[in-house]
Design a protein. Structure first.
Length: 198
């Protein structure tokens, strides 16, 4: 208790206690939800046990057909100002760690690989039809600070996405990726038990 008090100070300690009480009342299966916490489309979101958030986390779910489109597994931690938006299918596995200011979305305003007039730059973005593809983040993934996960991406189990990366394509299991667009820079070698450069 003294260590927590020293870490957060008196104001931070009081806020932490208030957040713990709110969590037990509103999200009984969560570990800790820090407020402000924004959630829209709650009935279309499924959150596993021991869920933890930092401040300013925003979860949005707006399906076309009234079904769960955002699934978050057990022991998932989202840090400050993470924004996840789903209209089709975003699935996050168990034991996933997501650093601050990460953006994950399964949709875009418009489809940029078609020649349809509704996707033209003449049409305001908000009036373009939404395009979407599922996003899947497997168990034990770590997303670094400021990562952006775009529609249609699958990230394999145990992978690490470096800070500031933009993930535009699938990432295999047990890899470290970085960059914009993200590319593989290391793979875990289970025979030597070490991360090897590619």
């Amino acid at each position: 208790m003294i260590a927590i008090f020293k870490r957060y100070g008196i104001c931070g300690f009081i806020k932490l206690c208030i957040d713990l009480i709110r969590t037990r009342i509103f999200y009984y299966n969560a570990r800790l939800i820090r407020w402000p916490f924004y959630i829209r489309g709650r009935s279309f979101i499924k959150i596993g046990d021991y869920f933890t958030t930092g401040v300013g986390v925003r979860l949005d779910a707006f399906p076309f057909d009234k079904r769960v489109v955002l699934r978050i597994g057990d022991n998932v931690q989202l840090n400050d100002y993470v924004h996840i938006s789903a209209i089709y299918d975003v699935t996050i596995g168990n034991d996933v760690l997501i650093a601050s200011r990460v953006f994950i979305s399964d949709h875009n305003h418009g489809g940029f690989n078609t020649n349809e007039q509704v996707n033209s730059p003449i049409v305001p973005p908000v009036q373009r039809p939404l395009s979407f593809k599922a996003v899947y983040i497997a168990d034990k993934v770590w997303l670094g600070e400021g990562v952006c996960i775009l529609p249609g991406v699958m990230i394999g189990e145990g992978s690490v996405v470096g800070a500031g990366s933009v993930v535009t394509h699938n990432i295999p299991a047990n890899c470290v990726v970085a960059g914009a667009p993200a590319r593989i820079i290391r793979r875990y070698d289970f025979t030597t038990n070490e991360w090897r450069r590619t």
